[in-house]
Every structure is written in C-alpha cells, then in structure tokens.
Design a protein around this ligand. Structure first.
Ligand SMILES: [Zn+2]
Length: 324
C-alpha cells in the first residue's frame, strides 16, 4: 500500500536537495516521479524548486493537479509542503489511498513565530510516516526553530508568509530562538544568489567585469556577525594548481575589528587542505595586512592595474599601476 510521507526539518536542512535526490532515484530505476510545490500567490510564479546548495529541478504547482494525468507517475514529491492548505493535503491523501501512489512531502514544521503551518498541521495529523531531517544551530544543538532575520535582528511578529521581502531565515535551537541570539561569528559558503553580494565585492575590486570572471567558478564565502553579513571572500583555483584569494572585502563601516583577519584565516585553512600554495593579488596598501598573516611577496604583475581596469584606481592619493 502506498503511504503519505511528511519529512520536516528547519531552514537549511537540505529538504529540497533531498526531494531532488528522491526524484533522481526514481528516474534511475526507470520510473516517473512528479515534483510539485504549492503556488504561493495568484501570480504565475516560476515552476522550479531550488535549494541553497544550488540544485534545482522543474516542477508543477499543486493547484494544477487536476490537469495532470497522474496515472503515469510512480510517486509524487511535494516541496514547500508547509504552504499546502488543508484541502490540498486531503487531495494528497485521496491520491495515496485512491490511486495507490506514494506522496512524499518536504516542509518546515513551524513558522518564525513557532506556530505550525497549515500544511504541516494536517500532514502531522494525517501522514503515515513522519520523519525529521536534522540540522544544527550555530551552537551545535539541534535546530528546530526558524528565525526570521530582518536588519540583522530576529523578529517575532509579522505576516506568516512575506513574498519578495528582504527577510532571511535561519535555523536556531529553541533556546537561541527564544533569546533571539544569532551566531556571534559564522562563515557560510554561498552557492545560490551570489550576485546579491556584488556591492560588497565591489568594495575590494572596483571592476564588475573582473568579478564576473572569477565569481562563477570561484567559491564565495560570507562572514556573518550576529546574523549580518560583514564581509565576503572569494577563492579560486589557478591553472598551476595553486589557489588564489580573488576578493576579500569587509563592509567599510565595520573595518578595523578583526573581521578581515578572521575571514582570511578561514580561507587559508580551507586552501591548506587542497593545495601547496595560496596567492593573493593586492595593492601596496594591503600588503602589510597579508604579510602579518604569513604571506610573502612572490612577484609583481607589471601593469596589472592599468591593463585590467578601464579607469585608474586611486589608493592613498596615488594611481595604482604596478609598473615599477
Ligand atoms: Zn543554539
């Protein structure tokens, strides 16, 4: 007999990545698995599910179920299942029991205020199988709450669903959610939505064209202090097998607090496990910063700043050339 599954987890517990893997496993066995998600508003949103890890897959809307011939599917997978209505969960139950097709739902259990979502409520009540996908708080405890972060602060009131807002969400343990305490200092790899960090990246490298060239292939890391991005760094592999720090930027008003050092030390550690040498190309004013952390002068790339940048770059009132 087919079953209705509810696999829940806090933000960042790889639910969507899991959903995509399950669909892939069905396809590998020569079977069809239909990916679905609820449509959040009346606009015709994108028919795509995407995860923070960068994986994505096309999908249909749950609202379109009546137009789809379900008899060709061996399984239905529902992402963002917390947004289902009671009637939609009932419809999924009918598919499981009436058509003997398994339905696997992935979603959050509770909203940012700690209340059950409608979809999660009815899935908790009716699913044959309820499984938790675990993730951890910055303190190492299991994260079960989803904090809404706005302007670097945990907010506890507002609309349950905000479309197109500037809020972000982070998984916290219950204690830190209750205290509204975000990680004092945390480094995260950014895979999806790299372009949002462009303003910060431009503070260390004024050429958007140069950034474009290394951002896609490079690894972008963000340093967060109390939930707010205070700095970013990009590392990339060189053709000779060494690694290079392509960008290291700390927000202008937050410099001088050791953030740059923290981030660079982390990047050095990451690279140490993967290559023999780590390079950084920088301007004269920043050389002492890198030397303090153990970097040695390797070479001067003649005319680097004049060849690679359309406009002259001023530093301490001098035009950068690297001609001498
Ligand atoms: Zn915690």
């Amino acid at each position: 007999m087919a079953k209705l599954y509810f696999r829940y987890g806090a933000m960042g517990s790889s639910k969507t990545a899991n959903a995509i893997m399950v669909q892939y496993n069905y396809q590998e066995r020569g079977q069809n698995a239909l990916m679905l998600k609820p449509r959040l508003d009346n606009r015709d949103g994108e028919r795509v599910v995407g995860s923070r890890s960068g994986l994505s897959a096309s999908c249909r809307f749950v609202e379109e179920l009546d137009e789809i011939d379900l008899s060709v599917y061996d399984c239905l997978i529902v992402d963002e299942a917390q947004f289902l209505t009671k009637a939609q969960v009932q419809r999924l139950v009918d598919i499981v029991d009436g058509m003997d097709i398994p339905v696997i739902c992935y979603g959050l259990r509770a909203d940012f205020m700690g209340n059950l979502f409608e979809g999660s409520h009815w899935l908790m009540a009716w699913a044959d199988s309820i499984e938790e996908i675990k993730t951890v708080c910055w303190c190492g405890r299991k994260a079960i709450m989803n904090a809404r972060v706005s302007g670097g602060r945990v907010v506890k009131s507002g609309e349950q669903i905000v479309l197109g807002g500037n809020e972000s969400y982070v998984a916290l343990c219950r204690r830190h959610w209750a205290e509204g305490k975000l990680s004092p200092l945390e480094i995260r790899r950014i895979v999806a939505g790299k372009e949002a960090y462009l303003p910060l990246l431009l503070e260390a490298d004024p050429s958007e064209g140069m950034i474009d060239r290394y951002l896609e292939a490079g690894e972008l890391y963000a340093l967060l202090a109390d939930g707010q991005t205070v700095g970013v760094g990009v590392i990339a592999a060189r053709e000779d097998g060494a690694m290079e720090v392509k960008n290291l930027a700390i927000a202008e008003d937050l410099r001088g607090r050791g953030y740059g050092r923290k981030l660079l030390e982390h990047l050095v550690k990451l690279c140490a496990g993967r290559c023999e040498a780590l390079y950084v190309g920088t301007s004269p004013a920043n050389v002492p910063f890198y030397e303090k952390l153990g970097f040695k002068k390797a070479y001067v790339e003649k005319g680097f700043f004049t060849h690679n940048y359309d406009a002259p770059i001023l530093e301490d009132g001098q035009v950068l050339t690297d001609d001498d």
